[in-house]
Design a protein around this ligand. Structure first.
Ligand SMILES: Nc1ncnc2c1ncn2[C@@H]1O[C@H](COP(=O)(O)OP(=O)(O)O)[C@@H](O)[C@H]1O
Ligand SMILES: [Mg+2]
Length: 360
C-alpha cells in the first residue's frame, strides 16, 4: 500500500505548486490548527466591516492562502454584497511606486475584472472546470457570489442581472476611466469607480495580493525606496478611498519606518505558528493528499520521524512553502530507494541536502 501512496503523490503532484485558485481548497484553517477565531474568523469579520487589514508573516507562512480561503469561492460566510477584488502586485513594474501609476494599476485591474470577454472563452472553461473539480475534491460547495480572483463574467448566473448591470456600468465609462487616469486624476477616478460599484448596492474590498513577493524578490536591491513608495500609496489609498482593503506584509518590512507608520493605520493580523508542528504539518499534508485523491493518509506515506524532521524544517522560519517543497522532494528520494515503503529520515535528509545544494 505504502509505496503505492508515494507513487500516487508524485503522479498527482499532490505536494507540488498549484494554481492560485487551488490555494483555498488546500487550506487548513488556522482557527482549527490553533483554536479560537483569531485568523480566518477575524479576517472575515474585518472584510465584512470594511476594515483595512495587513496580513503579516514571513514568506511562505500562508498569507495568500488565508486570504483566498476567507474570500474565495469555496469560503462560507461571505455576504452577497461583498465584492473582493484581487489586485495582483507581482505583475507590476517598479514605476508603480509612483502614486498615479499605482491608482492607474488598480483602475485597470478593476476594468479588466469587469470585462465581459475576460478571460477568453477557452480560459474560462478551463477555469470553470478547475474550480468545479476542486470543489468536488475538497468537498466544499462553490458559493454563488462574488469571490476573490473570480472575474465578474464568471460570477454565478444567480446574480446574472446584477453582474451584467455592474459590468455595463463599468464598461460604459471605460474609455472615460482611461482618459481620466491618464489626465492626472487617477485617485478620483478610482474613488468614482468605487461609487459605481456601490451604486449597485455592492461593497468592494480590495486585496493587494503578493505585495511581499513583488517587494522582496524583484527589486531587492532597491527595497527601501520601493517599500517607502508602496506604503505611501497604501496611505493615499486609505485616505482617498473610503473602503476596505487587505494587503500582505512581509514581517521584515515592519522594520522600515514608513511601513511601521502605515501599519498603525491598519489592523494587523499576524499569522500564528503551528503549536505542534509535526501534527499540524500532518494535517496540512493530509489535506493535500485528500484533495489530490491519493488513497490512504499521511501515515501511509510519511514515517513519524520524517514528520518530526519536517517539523524542524518548519521551525526555522515557519515557511510552509519550504516544508512542502522538501516533503515533495523527499517523496522522490524515497521512491529511488527500492527498499523504502515510506518517507523516512534518510529520504528527508537527502531532500534537504539537495535543496541546500540548489540554493547554495
Ligand atoms: N493554513 C494552510 N493550510 C494548508 N496549506 C497552507 C496553509 N497556509 C499556507 N499553505 C501552503 O503553503 C504554501 C505557501 O503559502 P502562501 O499563502 O503562498 O504563503 P505567503 O503568501 O505567506 O508567501 C502554499 O503552497 C499554501 O498552499
Ligand atoms: Mg503570498
Amino acid at each position: 500500500m505504502s509505496r503505492e501512496a508515494l507513487v500516487e503523490i508524485r503522479e498527482r503532484n499532490a505536494l507540488g505548486i498549484r494554481h492560485y485558485e487551488a490555494l483555498e481548497a488546500l487550506h487548513v484553517p488556522w482557527d482549527e490548527l490553533v483554536g479560537g477565531s483569531r485568523v480566518e474568523g477575524e479576517l472575515g469579520r474585518l472584510a465584512r466591516s470594511g476594515g483595512r487589514v495587513a496580513v503579516v508573516g514571513p514568506s511562505g507562512t500562508g498569507k495568500s492562502s488565508v486570504l483566498a480561503a476567507v474570500l474565495g469561492q469555496l469560503a462560507p460566510g461571505v455576504p452577497d454584497h461583498l465584492v473582493p477584488v484581487r489586485i495582483p502586485m507581482s505583475v507590476v513594474e517598479r514605476d508603480v511606486i509612483d502614486s498615479g501609476d499605482f491608482a492607474r494599476h488598480i483602475v485597470r485591474q478593476v476594468i479588466d475584472w469587469a470585462a465581459p470577454d475576460m478571460p477568453s472563452r477557452r480560459e474560462r472553461e478551463a477555469l470553470e472546470a478547475r474550480i468545479a473539480d476542486l470543489s468536488r475534491r475538497s468537498r466544499r460547495p462553490r458559493r454563488p457570489g462574488f469571490a476573490l480572483n473570480v472575474p465578474l463574467s464568471l460570477v454565478s448566473p444567480r446574480l446574472g442581472t446584477l453582474t451584467a448591470g455592474l459590468a455595463r456600468d463599468i464598461q460604459a465609462a471605460s474609455g472615460e476611466w482611461e482618459t481620466r487616469v491618464l489626465a492626472g486624476e487617477p485617485w478620483r477616478a478610482l474613488a468614482d469607480l468605487v461609487e459605481v460599484v456601490r451604486g449597485r448596492g455592492l461593497e468592494p474590498f480590495f486585496v493587494l495580493d503578493d505585495t511581499d513577493v513583488w517587494l522582496r524578490s524583484v527589486y531587492a536591491g532597491e527595497a527601501e525606496a520601493i517599500v517607502r513608495g508602496f506604503v505611501a500609496n497604501v496611505r493615499t489609498m486609505i485616505t482617498e478611498l473610503d473602503c476596505g482593503l487587505a494587503l500582505q506584509v512581509h514581517t521584515e518590512y515592519l522594520e522600515y519606518p514608513a511601513m511601521a507608520e502605515t501599519a498603525r493605520r491598519l489592523t494587523l493580523l499576524e499569522l500564528p505558528r503551528l503549536p505542534d508542528p509535526p501534527a499540524g504539518l500532518a494535517r496540512i499534508l493530509g489535506r493535500r493528499l485528500e484533495v489530490a485523491g491519493v488513497p490512504g493518509g499521511v501515515a501511509d506515506a510519511f514515517a513519524p520521524e520524517a514528520l518530526e524532521a519536517l517539523g524542524d524544517v518548519y521551525g526555522a522560519a515557519g515557511d510552509l512553502r519550504l516544508v512542502l517543497a522538501v516533503a515533495d522532494e523527499a517523496v522522490g528520494e524515497a521512491l529511488q530507494d527500492e527498499g523504502a515503503a515510506l518517507v523516512g529520515p534518510p529520504a528527508l535528509r537527502a531532500a534537504q541536502a539537495k535543496r541546500t545544494h540548489l540554493l547554495g
